[in-house]
Design a protein around this ligand. Sequence first.
Ligand SMILES: Nc1ncnc2c1ncn2[C@@H]1O[C@H](COP(=O)(O)OP(=O)(O)OP(=O)(O)O)[C@@H](O)[C@H]1O
Ligand SMILES: [Mg+2]
Length: 462
Amino acid sequence: MKAPKTVYVCSECDGQFPRWSGQCPSCRAWNTLTEETYRPQPKQSAAVKRVLSKEIAVPFSEMEDQNSERIITGIGELDRVLGGGLVPGSAVLLAGEPGIGKSTLLMQLCGKADDNYSVLYVSGEESKGQLKLRAKRLGVDASDVLVLTENDLDTVINEYDRVSPDVVIVDSVQTMVSASADSSAGSITQVRECSSQLVARAKADGAAIILVGHVNKEGGIAGPKVLEHMVDAVLYFEGDRSQSHRIVRAIKNRYGSTNEIGVFEMTDTGLDEVDNPSAMLLAGRPKGVSGSCAVCLMEGTRPIIAEIQALTTPTAYPTPKRMADGIDYNRMCLLLAVLEKRLGLKFSQCDVYLNVIGGLRIDEPAADAAIAMALTSSFKDIPVPADLIVAGEIGLSGEVRAVSCAEQRAKEAERIGFKKIALPKRSIQKKPMKLTEAEVVPVSGIYDFAVILSNAVKELEK
Ligand SMILES: Nc1ncnc2c1ncn2[C@@H]1O[C@H](COP(=O)(O)OP(=O)(O)OP(=O)(O)O)[C@@H](O)[C@H]1O
Ligand SMILES: [Mg+2]
Protein backbone atom coordinates (compact mmCIF):
# COMPACT_ATOMS: atom_id res chain seq x y z
CA MET A 1 0.00 0.00 0.00
CA LYS A 2 1.22 3.46 -0.84
CA ALA A 3 2.23 5.58 2.16
CA PRO A 4 -0.06 8.64 2.53
CA LYS A 5 1.45 11.75 1.06
CA THR A 6 2.47 14.51 3.40
CA VAL A 7 2.13 18.17 2.78
CA TYR A 8 3.39 21.20 4.71
CA VAL A 9 0.76 23.80 5.55
CA CYS A 10 1.45 27.40 6.57
CA SER A 11 -0.51 28.52 9.63
CA GLU A 12 -0.40 32.15 8.47
CA CYS A 13 -1.50 32.02 4.82
CA ASP A 14 -2.79 28.43 4.61
CA GLY A 15 -0.43 27.74 1.67
CA GLN A 16 0.50 24.09 1.03
CA PHE A 17 3.98 22.96 -0.01
CA PRO A 18 5.58 19.59 -0.78
CA ARG A 19 8.73 20.29 1.27
CA TRP A 20 9.39 21.83 4.67
CA SER A 21 11.27 25.09 4.91
CA GLY A 22 11.93 27.49 7.76
CA GLN A 23 10.27 30.34 5.90
CA CYS A 24 6.92 30.08 4.11
CA PRO A 25 7.64 30.49 0.35
CA SER A 26 4.32 32.30 -0.08
CA CYS A 27 3.83 34.77 2.81
CA ARG A 28 7.47 34.77 4.03
CA ALA A 29 6.48 34.10 7.66
CA TRP A 30 9.03 32.13 9.69
CA ASN A 31 8.44 28.75 11.40
CA THR A 32 4.83 28.49 10.30
CA LEU A 33 4.95 25.26 8.24
CA THR A 34 3.55 22.13 9.89
CA GLU A 35 3.30 18.61 8.52
CA GLU A 36 -0.16 17.35 7.52
CA THR A 37 -1.49 14.36 5.58
CA TYR A 38 -2.45 15.26 2.05
CA ARG A 39 -6.06 14.54 1.05
CA PRO A 40 -6.93 15.42 -2.52
CA GLN A 41 -10.34 17.04 -2.88
CA PRO A 42 -12.70 14.99 -5.10
CA LYS A 43 -12.78 16.77 -8.42
CA GLN A 44 -16.00 17.73 -10.18
CA SER A 45 -16.07 19.01 -13.71
CA ALA A 46 -17.14 22.62 -14.20
CA ALA A 47 -20.12 21.52 -16.30
CA VAL A 48 -21.43 19.17 -13.53
CA LYS A 49 -20.88 21.92 -10.95
CA ARG A 50 -22.93 24.33 -13.03
CA VAL A 51 -25.83 21.88 -13.33
CA LEU A 52 -25.78 21.06 -9.60
CA SER A 53 -25.55 24.66 -8.44
CA LYS A 54 -28.92 25.84 -7.08
CA GLU A 55 -27.96 29.33 -5.94
CA ILE A 56 -29.41 32.17 -8.00
CA ALA A 57 -28.79 35.90 -7.84
CA VAL A 58 -31.65 37.90 -6.30
CA PRO A 59 -32.32 41.65 -6.19
CA PHE A 60 -31.72 43.47 -2.89
CA SER A 61 -35.44 44.22 -2.54
CA GLU A 62 -36.28 40.52 -2.38
CA MET A 63 -33.69 39.61 0.18
CA GLU A 64 -34.86 38.82 3.70
CA ASP A 65 -33.53 40.87 6.61
CA GLN A 66 -31.28 39.10 9.08
CA ASN A 67 -32.73 38.91 12.56
CA SER A 68 -31.21 42.09 14.03
CA GLU A 69 -32.37 41.47 17.58
CA ARG A 70 -29.29 40.81 19.64
CA ILE A 71 -28.92 38.29 22.39
CA ILE A 72 -27.94 40.34 25.44
CA THR A 73 -25.56 38.12 27.37
CA GLY A 74 -26.07 40.03 30.61
CA ILE A 75 -22.31 40.54 31.06
CA GLY A 76 -22.15 44.27 30.34
CA GLU A 77 -18.46 44.43 29.43
CA LEU A 78 -18.79 41.49 27.02
CA ASP A 79 -21.90 42.99 25.43
CA ARG A 80 -20.00 46.25 24.94
CA VAL A 81 -17.14 44.50 23.12
CA LEU A 82 -19.59 42.59 20.96
CA GLY A 83 -21.25 45.88 19.96
CA GLY A 84 -24.41 45.37 22.03
CA GLY A 85 -24.70 41.61 22.46
CA LEU A 86 -24.44 38.45 20.37
CA VAL A 87 -25.95 38.58 16.90
CA PRO A 88 -28.04 35.48 16.06
CA GLY A 89 -26.41 33.62 13.18
CA SER A 90 -22.97 35.04 13.88
CA ALA A 91 -19.73 33.38 14.89
CA VAL A 92 -17.38 34.76 17.53
CA LEU A 93 -13.84 33.57 18.17
CA LEU A 94 -12.62 34.12 21.74
CA ALA A 95 -8.87 33.67 21.86
CA GLY A 96 -6.45 33.90 24.74
CA GLU A 97 -3.46 32.37 26.48
CA PRO A 98 -3.87 29.25 28.60
CA GLY A 99 -5.39 29.97 32.00
CA ILE A 100 -6.31 33.58 31.24
CA GLY A 101 -10.01 32.98 32.01
CA LYS A 102 -11.81 32.07 28.77
CA SER A 103 -13.74 29.14 30.24
CA THR A 104 -14.51 31.19 33.35
CA LEU A 105 -16.08 33.99 31.30
CA LEU A 106 -18.12 31.55 29.24
CA MET A 107 -19.30 29.70 32.33
CA GLN A 108 -20.46 33.03 33.74
CA LEU A 109 -22.25 33.66 30.46
CA CYS A 110 -23.99 30.28 30.92
CA GLY A 111 -25.15 31.47 34.32
CA LYS A 112 -26.84 34.47 32.70
CA ALA A 113 -28.80 32.28 30.28
CA ASP A 114 -32.45 32.59 31.17
CA ASP A 115 -35.75 32.17 29.41
CA ASN A 116 -34.52 34.51 26.68
CA TYR A 117 -31.90 32.17 25.26
CA SER A 118 -30.80 28.56 25.55
CA VAL A 119 -27.16 27.48 25.62
CA LEU A 120 -25.33 24.34 24.53
CA TYR A 121 -21.87 24.20 26.14
CA VAL A 122 -19.53 21.83 24.31
CA SER A 123 -16.32 21.13 26.18
CA GLY A 124 -13.55 19.07 24.68
CA GLU A 125 -11.16 19.91 27.49
CA GLU A 126 -12.94 19.34 30.76
CA SER A 127 -15.12 16.62 32.26
CA LYS A 128 -18.67 17.23 33.46
CA GLY A 129 -17.42 16.97 37.06
CA GLN A 130 -14.82 19.68 36.46
CA LEU A 131 -17.39 21.95 34.86
CA LYS A 132 -19.79 21.47 37.76
CA LEU A 133 -17.02 22.24 40.23
CA ARG A 134 -16.19 25.45 38.38
CA ALA A 135 -19.83 26.52 38.22
CA LYS A 136 -20.08 25.92 41.97
CA ARG A 137 -16.93 27.94 42.68
CA LEU A 138 -18.19 30.81 40.54
CA GLY A 139 -21.61 30.69 42.16
CA VAL A 140 -23.18 30.22 38.76
CA ASP A 141 -26.60 28.66 38.42
CA ALA A 142 -26.45 27.05 35.01
CA SER A 143 -29.16 24.47 35.62
CA ASP A 144 -30.81 25.01 32.24
CA VAL A 145 -27.59 24.91 30.25
CA LEU A 146 -27.00 21.74 28.23
CA VAL A 147 -23.48 20.38 28.55
CA LEU A 148 -21.75 18.06 26.12
CA THR A 149 -18.22 16.82 26.84
CA GLU A 150 -17.21 15.52 23.44
CA ASN A 151 -14.43 15.90 20.89
CA ASP A 152 -16.07 14.28 17.91
CA LEU A 153 -17.49 16.91 15.59
CA ASP A 154 -20.22 14.67 14.13
CA THR A 155 -21.59 13.92 17.61
CA VAL A 156 -21.50 17.64 18.43
CA ILE A 157 -23.40 18.53 15.26
CA ASN A 158 -25.94 15.72 15.87
CA GLU A 159 -26.58 17.01 19.38
CA TYR A 160 -26.77 20.54 18.07
CA ASP A 161 -29.46 19.46 15.60
CA ARG A 162 -31.36 17.67 18.36
CA VAL A 163 -31.42 20.51 20.91
CA SER A 164 -31.24 23.47 18.51
CA PRO A 165 -29.93 26.06 21.01
CA ASP A 166 -29.74 29.86 20.61
CA VAL A 167 -26.09 29.99 21.68
CA VAL A 168 -23.44 27.30 21.16
CA ILE A 169 -20.14 27.48 23.01
CA VAL A 170 -17.28 25.29 21.80
CA ASP A 171 -14.38 25.13 24.27
CA SER A 172 -12.04 24.79 22.45
CA VAL A 173 -12.01 24.50 18.68
CA GLN A 174 -8.50 22.97 18.83
CA THR A 175 -9.85 19.92 20.67
CA MET A 176 -12.52 19.09 18.10
CA VAL A 177 -11.88 16.25 15.63
CA SER A 178 -13.65 15.73 12.35
CA ALA A 179 -13.65 12.32 10.67
CA SER A 180 -13.44 14.01 7.27
CA ALA A 181 -9.90 15.23 8.00
CA ASP A 182 -7.50 12.50 9.02
CA SER A 183 -4.95 14.53 10.95
CA SER A 184 -4.71 14.82 14.72
CA ALA A 185 -6.74 17.25 16.87
CA GLY A 186 -5.36 20.76 16.91
CA SER A 187 -3.70 20.47 13.50
CA ILE A 188 -4.37 23.23 11.01
CA THR A 189 -6.49 20.99 8.79
CA GLN A 190 -8.64 19.88 11.74
CA VAL A 191 -9.10 23.39 13.12
CA ARG A 192 -10.11 24.69 9.70
CA GLU A 193 -12.44 21.78 9.00
CA CYS A 194 -14.16 21.79 12.40
CA SER A 195 -14.57 25.58 12.51
CA SER A 196 -16.00 25.79 9.01
CA GLN A 197 -18.52 23.00 9.69
CA LEU A 198 -19.57 24.42 13.05
CA VAL A 199 -19.87 27.99 11.76
CA ALA A 200 -21.82 26.91 8.67
CA ARG A 201 -24.21 24.80 10.78
CA ALA A 202 -24.86 27.55 13.31
CA LYS A 203 -25.29 30.21 10.62
CA ALA A 204 -27.78 28.12 8.70
CA ASP A 205 -29.90 27.83 11.86
CA GLY A 206 -29.50 31.39 13.12
CA ALA A 207 -27.69 30.40 16.31
CA ALA A 208 -24.83 32.43 17.73
CA ILE A 209 -21.66 30.38 18.07
CA ILE A 210 -18.70 31.17 20.33
CA LEU A 211 -15.50 29.30 19.50
CA VAL A 212 -12.69 29.31 22.02
CA GLY A 213 -9.27 29.44 20.39
CA HIS A 214 -5.87 28.84 21.92
CA VAL A 215 -3.04 31.23 21.36
CA ASN A 216 0.37 30.03 20.18
CA LYS A 217 3.81 31.06 21.45
CA GLU A 218 3.92 34.11 19.20
CA GLY A 219 0.60 35.38 20.51
CA GLY A 220 -1.47 34.58 17.41
CA ILE A 221 -4.46 32.26 17.30
CA ALA A 222 -3.19 28.67 17.00
CA GLY A 223 -4.57 27.65 13.64
CA PRO A 224 -4.72 29.10 10.19
CA LYS A 225 -5.20 32.80 9.73
CA VAL A 226 -8.29 31.90 7.70
CA LEU A 227 -10.00 31.12 11.01
CA GLU A 228 -10.17 34.85 11.63
CA HIS A 229 -11.84 35.37 8.24
CA MET A 230 -14.37 32.59 8.87
CA VAL A 231 -15.89 34.26 11.93
CA ASP A 232 -17.73 37.56 12.33
CA ALA A 233 -15.92 38.76 15.43
CA VAL A 234 -12.53 38.01 16.95
CA LEU A 235 -12.13 38.78 20.65
CA TYR A 236 -8.75 38.56 22.37
CA PHE A 237 -8.55 37.89 26.07
CA GLU A 238 -5.51 39.79 27.29
CA GLY A 239 -3.88 40.60 30.56
CA ASP A 240 -0.92 39.97 32.73
CA ARG A 241 -1.54 36.72 34.58
CA SER A 242 0.44 38.00 37.54
CA GLN A 243 -2.13 40.79 37.89
CA SER A 244 -5.81 40.48 38.49
CA HIS A 245 -7.32 42.47 35.67
CA ARG A 246 -8.19 41.07 32.27
CA ILE A 247 -9.09 42.84 29.06
CA VAL A 248 -11.30 41.49 26.30
CA ARG A 249 -10.54 43.33 23.07
CA ALA A 250 -12.37 43.17 19.74
CA ILE A 251 -9.82 42.75 16.96
CA LYS A 252 -12.44 42.28 14.30
CA ASN A 253 -16.18 42.84 14.49
CA ARG A 254 -18.63 42.75 11.60
CA TYR A 255 -21.41 43.98 13.90
CA GLY A 256 -19.73 46.61 16.03
CA SER A 257 -16.69 48.83 16.39
CA THR A 258 -13.25 47.29 16.76
CA ASN A 259 -10.77 48.18 19.47
CA GLU A 260 -13.61 48.28 21.93
CA ILE A 261 -12.47 46.79 25.22
CA GLY A 262 -14.15 45.14 28.16
CA VAL A 263 -12.35 45.22 31.48
CA PHE A 264 -12.66 42.53 34.12
CA GLU A 265 -11.02 41.71 37.39
CA MET A 266 -10.20 38.07 38.19
CA THR A 267 -11.27 37.14 41.68
CA ASP A 268 -11.67 33.75 43.34
CA THR A 269 -15.37 33.93 42.52
CA GLY A 270 -14.76 34.64 38.84
CA LEU A 271 -14.48 37.66 36.61
CA ASP A 272 -15.98 40.87 37.98
CA GLU A 273 -16.84 43.64 35.56
CA VAL A 274 -14.88 46.86 36.05
CA ASP A 275 -17.11 49.88 35.42
CA ASN A 276 -14.42 52.46 36.02
CA PRO A 277 -11.22 51.11 34.42
CA SER A 278 -9.43 54.49 34.57
CA ALA A 279 -9.59 54.58 38.37
CA MET A 280 -8.42 50.96 38.56
CA LEU A 281 -5.48 51.52 36.21
CA LEU A 282 -4.36 54.61 38.12
CA ALA A 283 -4.65 53.01 41.56
CA GLY A 284 -1.25 52.81 43.23
CA ARG A 285 0.30 55.46 40.99
CA PRO A 286 3.46 56.76 42.69
CA LYS A 287 3.59 60.47 43.55
CA GLY A 288 6.62 62.71 43.10
CA VAL A 289 8.62 60.09 41.16
CA SER A 290 10.10 60.83 37.75
CA GLY A 291 9.26 58.79 34.66
CA SER A 292 5.51 58.39 35.13
CA CYS A 293 2.92 60.11 32.96
CA ALA A 294 -0.84 59.62 32.56
CA VAL A 295 -2.46 59.43 29.14
CA CYS A 296 -6.05 59.37 27.99
CA LEU A 297 -6.62 56.74 25.30
CA MET A 298 -9.69 56.03 23.24
CA GLU A 299 -10.47 52.34 23.37
CA GLY A 300 -13.22 52.07 20.79
CA THR A 301 -15.85 54.51 21.96
CA ARG A 302 -14.64 54.70 25.56
CA PRO A 303 -11.92 57.01 26.91
CA ILE A 304 -9.57 55.22 29.33
CA ILE A 305 -6.80 56.71 31.40
CA ALA A 306 -3.61 54.71 31.65
CA GLU A 307 -0.19 55.25 33.17
CA ILE A 308 3.02 55.04 31.20
CA GLN A 309 6.26 54.49 33.06
CA ALA A 310 9.76 55.08 31.72
CA LEU A 311 13.13 54.38 33.25
CA THR A 312 16.38 55.57 31.72
CA THR A 313 19.75 54.68 33.21
CA PRO A 314 23.31 55.19 31.92
CA THR A 315 24.21 52.13 29.86
CA ALA A 316 26.90 49.63 30.77
CA TYR A 317 26.67 47.92 27.36
CA PRO A 318 28.22 48.86 24.00
CA THR A 319 24.67 48.81 22.55
CA PRO A 320 22.15 50.36 24.93
CA LYS A 321 19.31 48.13 26.08
CA ARG A 322 15.76 48.94 25.03
CA MET A 323 12.64 47.29 26.39
CA ALA A 324 9.02 48.15 25.68
CA ASP A 325 6.07 46.42 27.31
CA GLY A 326 2.65 47.36 25.96
CA ILE A 327 4.11 49.84 23.45
CA ASP A 328 5.36 49.10 19.96
CA TYR A 329 9.16 48.77 20.08
CA ASN A 330 9.68 50.69 16.85
CA ARG A 331 7.43 53.50 18.03
CA MET A 332 9.58 53.81 21.15
CA CYS A 333 12.77 53.94 19.04
CA LEU A 334 11.25 56.62 16.82
CA LEU A 335 10.28 58.78 19.79
CA LEU A 336 13.73 58.35 21.34
CA ALA A 337 15.29 59.51 18.08
CA VAL A 338 12.99 62.56 17.91
CA LEU A 339 13.76 63.50 21.53
CA GLU A 340 17.50 63.09 20.99
CA LYS A 341 17.53 65.14 17.80
CA ARG A 342 15.09 67.90 18.79
CA LEU A 343 15.73 68.26 22.54
CA GLY A 344 19.33 67.04 22.61
CA LEU A 345 18.60 64.36 25.23
CA LYS A 346 21.35 61.75 24.88
CA PHE A 347 19.26 58.59 24.97
CA SER A 348 21.90 56.85 22.84
CA GLN A 349 23.96 56.58 26.03
CA CYS A 350 21.09 55.23 28.11
CA ASP A 351 19.27 51.97 28.65
CA VAL A 352 15.56 52.62 28.24
CA TYR A 353 12.68 50.65 29.75
CA LEU A 354 9.06 51.52 28.98
CA ASN A 355 5.98 49.97 30.47
CA VAL A 356 2.22 50.49 30.36
CA ILE A 357 0.68 49.73 33.73
CA GLY A 358 -2.01 47.09 33.91
CA GLY A 359 -0.91 44.91 31.00
CA LEU A 360 -2.61 47.33 28.61
CA ARG A 361 -1.36 47.42 25.01
CA ILE A 362 -1.25 50.82 23.36
CA ASP A 363 -1.52 51.17 19.58
CA GLU A 364 -2.80 54.73 19.46
CA PRO A 365 -0.45 57.47 18.24
CA ALA A 366 -2.18 59.80 20.74
CA ALA A 367 -0.05 58.14 23.43
CA ASP A 368 3.16 59.53 21.85
CA ALA A 369 3.05 62.70 23.95
CA ALA A 370 2.78 60.76 27.22
CA ILE A 371 5.59 58.40 26.19
CA ALA A 372 7.80 61.38 25.31
CA MET A 373 6.88 63.12 28.56
CA ALA A 374 7.64 60.01 30.66
CA LEU A 375 10.99 59.54 28.87
CA THR A 376 11.98 63.19 29.27
CA SER A 377 10.90 63.15 32.90
CA SER A 378 13.00 60.08 33.67
CA PHE A 379 16.01 61.41 31.75
CA LYS A 380 15.94 64.74 33.57
CA ASP A 381 14.79 63.10 36.81
CA ILE A 382 11.98 65.61 37.20
CA PRO A 383 8.55 64.24 38.19
CA VAL A 384 5.64 65.07 35.89
CA PRO A 385 3.05 67.04 37.94
CA ALA A 386 0.58 64.47 39.33
CA ASP A 387 -2.46 66.45 38.16
CA LEU A 388 -1.23 66.73 34.54
CA ILE A 389 -2.32 64.47 31.71
CA VAL A 390 -1.17 64.65 28.09
CA ALA A 391 -2.36 63.39 24.70
CA GLY A 392 -0.98 64.02 21.22
CA GLU A 393 0.75 62.40 18.28
CA ILE A 394 4.38 63.38 17.74
CA GLY A 395 5.76 63.92 14.25
CA LEU A 396 9.38 63.48 13.15
CA SER A 397 10.05 67.22 13.37
CA GLY A 398 8.93 67.21 16.99
CA GLU A 399 5.54 68.77 16.30
CA VAL A 400 2.52 67.61 18.28
CA ARG A 401 -0.33 66.69 15.96
CA ALA A 402 -4.06 66.75 16.56
CA VAL A 403 -5.84 63.81 18.17
CA SER A 404 -9.38 62.58 17.66
CA CYS A 405 -12.09 62.88 20.35
CA ALA A 406 -10.09 65.53 22.26
CA GLU A 407 -13.12 66.70 24.26
CA GLN A 408 -14.11 63.17 25.30
CA ARG A 409 -10.56 62.55 26.51
CA ALA A 410 -10.47 65.84 28.41
CA LYS A 411 -13.82 65.15 30.11
CA GLU A 412 -12.70 61.69 31.27
CA ALA A 413 -9.46 63.19 32.63
CA GLU A 414 -11.43 65.86 34.47
CA ARG A 415 -13.80 63.25 35.89
CA ILE A 416 -10.84 61.31 37.31
CA GLY A 417 -9.51 64.48 38.94
CA PHE A 418 -6.77 65.80 36.62
CA LYS A 419 -6.43 69.58 36.80
CA LYS A 420 -4.25 70.24 33.74
CA ILE A 421 -4.84 68.62 30.38
CA ALA A 422 -2.11 69.18 27.75
CA LEU A 423 -3.64 68.76 24.30
CA PRO A 424 -2.43 69.58 20.78
CA LYS A 425 -3.17 73.20 19.84
CA ARG A 426 -4.98 72.15 16.69
CA SER A 427 -7.38 69.85 18.55
CA ILE A 428 -8.39 72.73 20.82
CA GLN A 429 -8.65 75.30 18.04
CA LYS A 430 -11.14 73.13 16.17
CA LYS A 431 -13.70 73.19 18.94
CA PRO A 432 -13.71 75.06 22.29
CA MET A 433 -13.82 72.67 25.26
CA LYS A 434 -16.59 72.74 27.80
CA LEU A 435 -14.79 71.82 31.01
CA THR A 436 -15.82 72.94 34.47
CA GLU A 437 -12.62 72.96 36.51
CA ALA A 438 -9.69 71.56 34.58
CA GLU A 439 -7.37 73.83 32.62
CA VAL A 440 -6.47 72.95 29.03
CA VAL A 441 -2.78 73.53 28.18
CA PRO A 442 -2.17 73.86 24.43
CA VAL A 443 1.03 72.21 23.14
CA SER A 444 2.43 72.53 19.65
CA GLY A 445 5.79 70.80 19.91
CA ILE A 446 7.89 68.59 22.18
CA TYR A 447 9.70 71.74 23.36
CA ASP A 448 6.51 72.55 25.28
CA PHE A 449 6.97 69.39 27.34
CA ALA A 450 10.45 70.50 28.38
CA VAL A 451 8.90 73.83 29.40
CA ILE A 452 6.18 72.07 31.42
CA LEU A 453 8.87 70.07 33.24
CA SER A 454 11.04 73.11 33.96
CA ASN A 455 7.93 74.90 35.32
CA ALA A 456 7.34 71.84 37.50
CA VAL A 457 10.85 72.25 38.94
CA LYS A 458 10.15 75.92 39.71
CA GLU A 459 6.88 74.88 41.44
CA LEU A 460 8.79 72.31 43.52
CA GLU A 461 11.43 74.85 44.51
CA LYS A 462 8.84 77.37 45.70
N1 LIG B 1 -9.87 28.01 42.93
C1 LIG B 1 -9.54 29.13 42.32
N2 LIG B 1 -9.46 30.27 43.00
C2 LIG B 1 -9.15 31.41 42.40
N3 LIG B 1 -8.89 31.55 41.09
C3 LIG B 1 -8.96 30.46 40.34
C4 LIG B 1 -9.27 29.19 40.92
N4 LIG B 1 -9.26 28.30 39.92
C5 LIG B 1 -8.95 28.98 38.79
N5 LIG B 1 -8.77 30.26 39.05
C6 LIG B 1 -8.43 31.33 38.09
O1 LIG B 1 -8.99 30.99 36.86
C7 LIG B 1 -7.97 30.92 35.87
C8 LIG B 1 -8.26 29.78 34.93
O2 LIG B 1 -9.35 30.19 34.20
P1 LIG B 1 -9.89 29.36 32.98
O3 LIG B 1 -9.84 27.91 33.26
O4 LIG B 1 -11.19 30.00 32.67
O5 LIG B 1 -8.83 29.72 31.86
P2 LIG B 1 -8.84 29.30 30.35
O6 LIG B 1 -8.48 30.54 29.60
O7 LIG B 1 -10.11 28.63 30.01
O8 LIG B 1 -7.64 28.29 30.31
P3 LIG B 1 -7.38 27.09 29.30
O9 LIG B 1 -6.88 27.70 28.04
O10 LIG B 1 -6.35 26.29 29.99
O11 LIG B 1 -8.68 26.38 29.14
C9 LIG B 1 -6.69 30.67 36.61
O12 LIG B 1 -5.58 31.22 35.91
C10 LIG B 1 -6.94 31.41 37.90
O13 LIG B 1 -6.59 32.77 37.74
MG1 LIG C 1 -10.54 26.69 29.36
